[in-house]
Design a protein around this ligand. Structure first.
Ligand code: FAD
Ligand code: AMP
Length: 480
């Protein structure tokens, strides 16, 4: 087979592998270059961060730890006797790894059935859409393409005060591999990843302290929702220190001594393990030759327009390596858009309708604008909220905390924001995404029939509440 392709994708995470499959489905001769190798270095591993060390393994651990916590603490009051519940960390990790293996193997199967050529090695973009691939033996080969899609993703940010120290100071990847439950666990960063990993180990019995430099908890989240979430996390025992900037961390006598500063001055914390979860950076190491024609912005993201075109003709970039939220589904949407554009279609990603989820318990999920954003923009809006405490299904499920909050345009009633803190928020948020994609008003949702008893009835009631018509709570219509 010739080494010239219609499309070469660099990176096989959710941005890259989805782009490659879509391009092949559209009749384009497609190859995908991926450098990730199995632990023995012999075979290629597809799926990127998301499948190997991100979304999937973290959700496997979140699900298992949630079940453990329920069985340990919440069963008795429901009449279930489950004495001496224990966690077998080795078995839990085996299950997590099994799920990862099944899913990454599934992508290899999808490549085969769609006719995507998989190339194992490190890809580097040269001039004129040539891609140099270096394999694990250091041998290089050059491939050519009409179009190249860069989907090289991101890596954890490291900070000088807390250098990675094997077995003690780890990033998110290391935190998914602990072989026992640490007695005391420190986490730097109360972002999505820090909170999810903190939840896993707290549920399994760790004493968790999260140090967050900023004063505002989850600043990107609607603050009514964020405050509710913070209250519930603290009630569960997560010690979240706001305004706590880590200044140093060193391992002494098998403990990590963490120094940080908060409003009261210098503080010390001793933990058995420390997770650094201060964000991720775009990954472009040894990716671009000087004459590739692709440029980066000041933060190292590959510079692209709304359609993910770089400044080099025929070169595109998608996912974590470009601007926008670092989310798997955003990467995949961009991958599909680019493949379809290469095939001559004119799709567009609707960046206003990308859902965000924090898979804690309760989950936090949202799409669209927060109240804070609308205030800053000077938009007139109205709000409807409904607490899960008034939802029969949530009560039956022993998870009646949190709320659904819908924000609509004051005049047109069009839904501008949809926010949830509560059970199954990750699933419920899809209703807001669909409503917003269809340009729905709050009244449209209010006029829709929802099955009873369901958690989703809280969406119905929040939509009714937007215009003062909720049935199962007193209406306090909030206008700006
Ligand atoms: P990646 O998944 O990072 O894939 C990039 C691929 O490119 C990698 O396989 C890499 O090996 C390869 N590569 C890089 N450079 C080269 C090169 N030069 N040559 C060849 N190959 C190369 N997102 C969600 O939406 N939901 C979640 O629940 C969620 N949970 C997460 C939990 C954790 C702990 C972490 C760390 C992340 C989580 N994310 C989640 C984020 C999600 O993983 C990323 O947004 C997503 O993986 C980005 O996809 P991508 O295709 O852009 O990049
Ligand atoms: P995210 O980018 O959502 O993953 O969140 C990472 C969080 O880490 C942000 O809220 C940062 O404010 C926080 N952070 C970064 N550096 C430090 C530090 N030295 N000490 C404490 N928190 C930090």
């Amino acid at each position: 087979m010739s080494d010239k392709y219609d499309v070469i994708v660099i990176g096989a995470g959710p941005g890259g592998y989805v782009a490659a499959i879509k391009a092949a489905q559209l009749g384009l001769k497609t190859a995908c270059v991926e450098s990730w190798s199995s632990s023995d270095g012999k075979s290629q591993v597809l799926g990127g961060t998301c499948l190997n060390v991100g979304c999937i393994p973290s959700k496997a651990l979140l699900e298992i730890s949630h079940k453990f916590e329920e069985a340990s603490h919440d069963y008795e009051m429901q009449g279930i006797i489950a004495k001496d519940v224990k966690i077998d960390v080795t078995k839990m990790m085996e299950r997590k790894s099994g799920i990862v293996k099944q899913l990454t193997g599934g992508i290899a199967g999808l490549f085969k059935s769609n006719g995507v050529t998989s190339i194992h090695g490190h890809g580097k973009l040269l001039a004129n859409r040539q891609v140099e691939v270096t394999d694990s033996d250091g041998k290089t080969k050059i491939y050519e393409a009409e179009n190249v899609i860069i989907a090289t993703g991101s890596k954890p940010i490291e900070i000088p005060p807390a250098p990675m120290t094997e077995g003690y100071i780890v990033d998110s990847e290391g935190a998914l591999e602990f072989d026992e439950v640490p007695k005391r666990l420190g986490i730097i960063g109360a972002g999505v990843i820090g909170l999810e990993l903190g939840s896993v180990w707290a549920r399994l019995g760790s004493e968790v302290t999260v140090l967050e430099a900023q004063d505002t908890f989850l600043p990107a989240v609607d603050q009514q929702v964020a405050k509710d979430a913070l209250k519930q996390f603290r009630k569960q025992g997560l010690n979240i220190v706001m305004g706590g900037r880590v200044t140093g961390a060193e391992v002494k006598r098998k403990l990590v001594n963490v120094s940080y500063e908060d409003s009261k001055g210098k503080q010390e914390l001793k933990v058995d393990k420390l997770i650094v979860a201060v964000g991720r950076r775009p990954y472009t190491d040894n990716l671009l030759a000087a004459d590739s024609g692709v440029s980066m912005d000041e933060r190292g993201f590959i510079f692209v327009d709304e359609q993910c075109k770089t400044e080099a003709p025929g070169v595109w970039a998608v996912g974590d390596v470009v601007r926008g939220p670092m989310l798997a589904h955003k990467a995949s949407e961009e991958g599909v858009m680019v493949a379809e554009r290469i095939a001559g279609q004119k799709p567009q990603v609707n960046y206003d309708c990308i859902p965000n989820v924090i898979y804690t318990s309760p989950e936090v999920a949202w799409v669209g604008k927060t109240e804070e954003e609308l205030k800053t923009e000077g938009e007139a809006y109205k709000v409807g909220t409904f607490p899960f405490a008034a939802n029969g299904r949530a009560m039956a499920a022993n998870s009646a905390s949190g709320m659904v909050k819908i924000i609509a345009d004051e005049k047109t009633d069009r839904i501008l924001g949809f926010h949830i803190v509560g059970p199954q928020a990750s699933e419920i948020v899809a209703q807001g995404v669909i409503a917003m994609e269809f340009g729905s008003s709050a009244e449209d949702l209010a006029l829709t029939c929802f099955a009873h008893p369901t958690l989703s009835e809280s969406v119905h009631e929040a939509a009714l509440a937007v215009n003062g018509g909720a049935i199962h709570i007193a209406n306090r219509r909030k206008k700006k």
